[in-house]
Design a protein around this ligand. Structure first.
Ligand SMILES: C[S@@+](CC[C@H](N)C(=O)[O-])C[C@H]1O[C@@H](n2cnc3c(N)ncnc32)[C@H](O)[C@@H]1O
Length: 234
């Protein structure tokens, strides 16, 4: 696994260079990363049912679904992992080569979900990269693609409800990045590259998208500074 020394001068792209160091990038730039992964897996395995589908939206190299794919509860479940980044898809296909119940494919989620009858749908740090005008359509499509009792796991960067509190959270977030050995130059360049490409909403705005889609059982399973994991059950 390579070390994340990526500096992008234009808008952020999930390109070949990013795909090479992606695991290191996530673990050093998502605070409380291991707990988030662990909790999502622990929660999700309770919803996986045999002979259903699991959809991972914006799968990148496929790490979000890894433990679920390997767990006992999911041996009779089919997994579909989608992304629009070819370098990420190449890595993900390589990783799951030979797994008979895993289908990794190119699919743009702005077209809606590619499969139905899902017991679990994962969208981990993906929706924030999709233009806002598509988000309601996507969440509604997710609702329609879930079986009754199925669950969406939505992990997103969020903005605080209060500007004062948000400022402190952002400050501490960059402090964590420094502690994780990112240089000032890297931090500044990434912030600039992500501006306008990664567009976070507040938790309330995300919840409102879920409610409009039809979800009535919504809760937070993980939160660390301005990162949040929401579970919504159909
Ligand atoms: C931060 S990464 C997701 C990380 C991954 N879910 C994980 O947990 O390891 C965001 C991913 O979303 C993908 N993406 C962005 N827009 C998309 C779209 N419209 N449809 C599908 N995937 C998309 C990107 O290519 C990128 O791989």
């Amino acid at each position: 696994m390579g070390k994340d020394e990526v500096i992008q001068h234009n808008s952020w792209e999930f390109n070949e260079e990013v795909s090479e160091v992606f695991s290191d990038m996530l673990s050093r730039s998502i605070p409380d990363y291991d707990n988030m992964r662990d909790l999502m897996f622990r929660m999700a395995r309770n919803f996986v049912t045999p002979y259903s589908n699991v959809l991972d939206i914006g799968c990148s190299t496929g790490l979000s679904s890894k433990r679920l794919i390997e767990c006992d509860e999911a041996q009779k479940t089919d997994f579909t992992l989608i992304d629009i980044s070819e370098p990420m898809l190449t890595k993900c296909k390589e990783f799951y080569r030979g797994r008979r119940n895993v289908d990794v494919r190119y699919w743009d989620i702005t077209e809606g979900c590619p499969i139905c009858c899902c017991s679990v749908i994962i969208s981990c740090l993906t929706l924030q990269f999709v233009p806002i005008e598509y988000r309601q359509k996507i969440i509604s499509s997710i609702y329609n693609s879930l079986n009754k009792g199925g669950a969406l796991f939505l992990v997103e960067k969020v903005i605080g409800h209060s500007h004062t509190i948000d400022e402190v959270m952002v400050k501490e977030y960059y402090e964590i990045k420094r502690e994780n050995a990112y240089t000032e130059k890297q931090i500044k360049a990434k912030r600039k590259a992500l501006a306008g490409t990664l567009v976070p909403l507040t938790i309330k705005m995300n919840e409102s998208l879920l409610e409009v889609a039809g979800f009535r059982k919504i809760d937070t399973f993980w939160r660390y500074l301005n990162f949040c994991g929401i579970i919504a059950v159909k």
